[in-house]
Design a protein around this ligand. Structure first.
Ligand code: PNS
Length: 162
Protein backbone atom coordinates (compact mmCIF):
# COMPACT_ATOMS: atom_id res chain seq x y z
CA UNK A 1 0.00 0.00 0.00
CA UNK A 2 2.81 2.40 0.92
CA UNK A 3 4.18 2.34 -2.62
CA UNK A 4 0.86 2.97 -4.31
CA UNK A 5 -0.19 6.20 -5.99
CA UNK A 6 -3.81 7.11 -5.36
CA UNK A 7 -6.02 9.85 -6.76
CA UNK A 8 -8.28 11.92 -4.51
CA UNK A 9 -10.52 13.79 -6.98
CA UNK A 10 -13.07 16.51 -6.41
CA UNK A 11 -14.26 20.01 -7.13
CA UNK A 12 -12.78 21.49 -3.91
CA UNK A 13 -14.63 24.81 -4.25
CA UNK A 14 -13.34 25.43 -1.64
CA UNK A 15 -11.27 22.78 0.14
CA UNK A 16 -12.63 22.13 3.65
CA UNK A 17 -11.15 20.66 6.82
CA UNK A 18 -13.09 17.49 5.94
CA UNK A 19 -11.16 17.18 2.65
CA UNK A 20 -7.88 17.79 4.50
CA UNK A 21 -8.79 15.05 6.97
CA UNK A 22 -9.20 12.57 4.08
CA UNK A 23 -5.93 13.76 2.49
CA UNK A 24 -4.09 13.14 5.79
CA UNK A 25 -5.62 9.70 6.24
CA UNK A 26 -4.72 8.77 2.65
CA UNK A 27 -1.18 10.10 3.12
CA UNK A 28 -0.72 7.74 6.08
CA UNK A 29 -1.76 4.74 4.01
CA UNK A 30 -0.31 5.31 0.55
CA UNK A 31 3.01 6.23 -1.03
CA UNK A 32 1.71 9.13 -3.07
CA UNK A 33 -1.59 11.02 -3.02
CA UNK A 34 -2.60 13.11 -6.03
CA UNK A 35 -5.33 15.60 -5.12
CA UNK A 36 -7.01 16.13 -8.49
CA UNK A 37 -9.15 19.21 -9.01
CA UNK A 38 -11.74 18.93 -11.77
CA UNK A 39 -12.03 21.76 -14.28
CA UNK A 40 -15.73 21.48 -15.02
CA UNK A 41 -17.00 23.85 -17.74
CA UNK A 42 -20.60 23.23 -16.60
CA UNK A 43 -20.00 24.59 -13.09
CA UNK A 44 -19.45 28.20 -12.16
CA UNK A 45 -17.01 27.95 -9.25
CA UNK A 46 -16.13 30.73 -6.81
CA UNK A 47 -12.43 30.02 -7.27
CA UNK A 48 -10.63 29.17 -10.50
CA UNK A 49 -9.00 25.74 -10.66
CA UNK A 50 -5.57 27.37 -10.27
CA UNK A 51 -6.67 29.25 -7.16
CA UNK A 52 -8.26 26.11 -5.71
CA UNK A 53 -4.93 24.37 -6.31
CA UNK A 54 -3.04 27.20 -4.63
CA UNK A 55 -5.39 27.15 -1.61
CA UNK A 56 -4.98 23.39 -1.18
CA UNK A 57 -1.19 23.65 -1.48
CA UNK A 58 -1.09 26.44 1.09
CA UNK A 59 -3.38 24.49 3.44
CA UNK A 60 -1.12 21.46 3.27
CA UNK A 61 2.10 23.48 3.54
CA UNK A 62 5.19 21.31 3.82
CA UNK A 63 3.57 18.78 6.15
CA UNK A 64 2.87 16.16 3.47
CA UNK A 65 5.66 16.03 0.88
CA UNK A 66 4.13 13.00 -0.87
CA UNK A 67 0.91 14.83 -1.70
CA UNK A 68 0.70 16.41 -5.15
CA UNK A 69 -2.04 18.86 -6.11
CA UNK A 70 -3.05 18.93 -9.76
CA UNK A 71 -5.94 19.95 -12.03
CA UNK A 72 -7.59 17.76 -14.63
CA UNK A 73 -10.20 17.78 -17.36
CA UNK A 74 -12.11 14.92 -18.95
CA UNK A 75 -12.72 11.48 -17.53
CA UNK A 76 -11.32 10.68 -14.12
CA UNK A 77 -10.32 7.13 -15.11
CA UNK A 78 -8.27 8.46 -18.05
CA UNK A 79 -6.54 10.91 -15.73
CA UNK A 80 -5.85 8.12 -13.20
CA UNK A 81 -4.25 6.01 -15.94
CA UNK A 82 -2.07 8.94 -17.02
CA UNK A 83 -0.93 9.23 -13.40
CA UNK A 84 -0.30 5.48 -13.20
CA UNK A 85 -2.78 5.18 -10.33
CA UNK A 86 -5.25 2.33 -9.92
CA UNK A 87 -7.02 3.57 -6.79
CA UNK A 88 -9.50 6.43 -6.47
CA UNK A 89 -10.22 7.72 -2.96
CA UNK A 90 -13.61 9.20 -2.11
CA UNK A 91 -14.77 10.44 1.28
CA UNK A 92 -18.20 9.35 2.49
CA UNK A 93 -19.81 11.39 5.23
CA UNK A 94 -23.25 9.90 5.66
CA UNK A 95 -25.59 7.35 4.09
CA UNK A 96 -26.93 10.14 1.86
CA UNK A 97 -23.57 10.29 0.04
CA UNK A 98 -23.61 6.60 -0.67
CA UNK A 99 -26.04 6.44 -3.59
CA UNK A 100 -24.20 8.99 -5.73
CA UNK A 101 -20.81 7.57 -4.79
CA UNK A 102 -21.90 4.01 -5.57
CA UNK A 103 -23.17 5.09 -8.99
CA UNK A 104 -19.93 6.90 -9.77
CA UNK A 105 -17.69 4.09 -8.49
CA UNK A 106 -19.53 1.43 -10.49
CA UNK A 107 -19.54 3.56 -13.64
CA UNK A 108 -15.81 4.18 -13.26
CA UNK A 109 -15.32 0.43 -12.80
CA UNK A 110 -17.28 -0.23 -15.98
CA UNK A 111 -15.14 2.30 -17.85
CA UNK A 112 -11.91 0.96 -16.39
CA UNK A 113 -12.18 -2.37 -14.52
CA UNK A 114 -8.57 -2.15 -13.29
CA UNK A 115 -9.26 0.92 -11.16
CA UNK A 116 -10.75 0.49 -7.68
CA UNK A 117 -12.61 3.12 -5.67
CA UNK A 118 -11.90 3.18 -1.94
CA UNK A 119 -14.30 4.96 0.40
CA UNK A 120 -12.89 6.60 3.50
CA UNK A 121 -14.65 8.15 6.47
CA UNK A 122 -13.62 11.60 7.71
CA UNK A 123 -13.57 12.39 11.43
CA UNK A 124 -17.16 12.45 12.66
CA UNK A 125 -17.04 16.18 13.48
CA UNK A 126 -16.78 16.79 9.72
CA UNK A 127 -19.68 14.51 8.82
CA UNK A 128 -22.03 17.44 8.18
CA UNK A 129 -19.46 19.66 6.45
CA UNK A 130 -19.57 20.39 2.72
CA UNK A 131 -18.11 22.98 0.33
CA UNK A 132 -21.65 23.96 -0.67
CA UNK A 133 -22.64 24.80 2.92
CA UNK A 134 -19.36 26.66 3.48
CA UNK A 135 -20.04 28.80 0.36
CA UNK A 136 -23.60 29.48 1.50
CA UNK A 137 -22.56 30.48 5.04
CA UNK A 138 -19.70 32.69 3.78
CA UNK A 139 -21.96 34.37 1.23
CA UNK A 140 -24.43 35.26 3.96
CA UNK A 141 -21.90 36.53 6.48
CA UNK A 142 -21.89 33.56 8.87
CA UNK A 143 -18.81 32.17 10.60
CA UNK A 144 -16.85 29.46 8.78
CA UNK A 145 -14.09 29.40 11.36
CA UNK A 146 -12.94 25.84 12.08
CA UNK A 147 -14.66 24.50 8.97
CA UNK A 148 -11.98 25.47 6.45
CA UNK A 149 -8.22 26.18 6.62
CA UNK A 150 -7.38 29.77 7.59
CA UNK A 151 -6.15 30.72 4.08
CA UNK A 152 -9.48 29.65 2.66
CA UNK A 153 -11.42 31.53 5.33
CA UNK A 154 -9.43 34.68 4.55
CA UNK A 155 -10.04 34.38 0.78
CA UNK A 156 -13.76 33.77 1.26
CA UNK A 157 -14.03 36.83 3.49
CA UNK A 158 -12.30 38.87 0.74
CA UNK A 159 -14.54 37.48 -2.00
CA UNK A 160 -17.72 38.17 -0.07
CA UNK A 161 -16.50 41.58 1.03
CA UNK A 162 -16.27 41.25 4.82
O1 PNS B 1 -16.21 17.05 -5.29
P1 PNS B 1 -17.19 16.42 -6.25
O2 PNS B 1 -17.87 17.49 -7.06
O3 PNS B 1 -18.16 15.48 -5.58
O4 PNS B 1 -16.29 15.53 -7.28
C1 PNS B 1 -16.89 14.89 -8.39
C2 PNS B 1 -15.82 14.34 -9.34
C3 PNS B 1 -14.85 15.43 -9.76
C4 PNS B 1 -15.04 13.24 -8.65
C5 PNS B 1 -16.56 13.74 -10.57
O5 PNS B 1 -17.46 14.67 -11.06
C6 PNS B 1 -15.62 13.32 -11.70
O6 PNS B 1 -14.86 12.41 -11.55
N1 PNS B 1 -15.70 14.03 -12.85
C7 PNS B 1 -14.83 13.78 -13.99
C8 PNS B 1 -15.63 13.31 -15.19
C9 PNS B 1 -15.90 11.83 -15.11
O7 PNS B 1 -15.01 11.01 -15.07
N2 PNS B 1 -17.20 11.50 -15.09
C10 PNS B 1 -17.67 10.14 -14.98
C11 PNS B 1 -17.74 9.72 -13.53
S1 PNS B 1 -18.61 8.22 -13.37
Amino acid sequence: MKRKTVIYPGTFDPVTNGHLDIIERSDHLFGKVVVAILINPEKDPIFSAEERKDLIQKSIGSSMPNVEVDVFQGLLVDYAKRKDADVIIRGIRAVSDYEYELQMALMNRRLEPGIETLFMLPAENYSYLSSRLVREIAENGGSISGLVPEVVEKRLLEVFGQ
